[in-house]
Ligand binder design. Sequence first.
Ligand code: NI
Length: 394
Amino acid sequence: MKTEAQHIVSLAKDLAPELIELRRYFHQHPELSREEHLTTQKIRDILTDLEVEITDCNLETGVCGRISSGEGKIVALRADIDALPLQEKTGLPFASLTEGCMHACGHDSHITWLLGAAMILTQMKEKYAGEIRLIFQPAEERTSGAKDVIDAGVLEDVNMIFGAHNKPDLPAGTVGIAPGYLMASVGGFKITVTGRGGHGAIPHLTQDPMPVAGAILTGLQSIVARNVDPLESAVISVGSITGGTAGNIIPGEVTMTGTVRAYSPEVQALVTRRLHTLASATARAFDCTAECTGPKFRLPPVDNDPEATRIARTSTEKILGSDRVLDAIPVLASEDFSLYQERTPGCFMWIGSDSPDKGWHHPEFTVNEDCLSVGAAVLAAAALEALRELNSGS
Ligand code: NI
């Protein structure tokens, strides 16, 4: 008699060739955020074949489905489905057929994991009670898809949610899981330094904003180095400086734009306050003015619930063995999975995909396809473990 974990593993193993074929189909047909029509249709077709109930969530792209098996709690599993505006250079036989568009973040494998999990869960219906909600979310790359899914009511009554992203620096067959912050909040800012322009040879009759911008740029480095607690994390990067038209003209204005990444609301507030003070006070010291807008934090951080994380770790260790479940290392990239976690306890995991040199958003990015059956099994197992624990705790 097989244990539940062994059952999941053997189903996932049997599905491996089909999952590889599916991933290659999605890889060959990438679609940008909000344009995932073909992807949506393919997912719908597969769910229909599996007799998964497709729920009408009024999404133009993206699909939500439901696998019900009697009375019980509701657990959601989420995958993102969009691709990036990038020309693929992998040379793979199943490379993108769409010019300038590529699954360079591996969302093709995320779709495949969730379809694989649906295949496993529909075959194991007699083993659990409750409902599993499947969310194939559009437009993650634009950080707007999760909000649409939530606005459509898909998260209503959901008791717990799980999701995962491929992780190129982890070997295929391993999974990274940890409670707490996993991915950061992101916010953009703009600083406009205003002075008075004039002739480059007569600087004393101008108020030159150029050295002021330089002083602000240098000063900004002190915020992370001197104001943020060394045990916390934050990044401030200035990505553009614009000003001036010719070498002998002192411009009247210089504009800088940048990005801030941080986890906790306290660090976000600290960085915001220091950014504004530093910009305006530095400009004043040079007889100029500076106006700072932002950083406007678009997303909260991915913050793994301790209980959901414990459940995910337990179920993943059962199927992979404890030596293949690692403590997840956080990154300062962002993910709109965080919006689901604001509403229901959730855990976001790293699934090793083995592409350490050509990572996310690289034109030669690809995944080790061994991760496909692993991802399917990990998501299915987390859903079943969560249903069992939530049902018994009620
Ligand atoms: Ni991604």
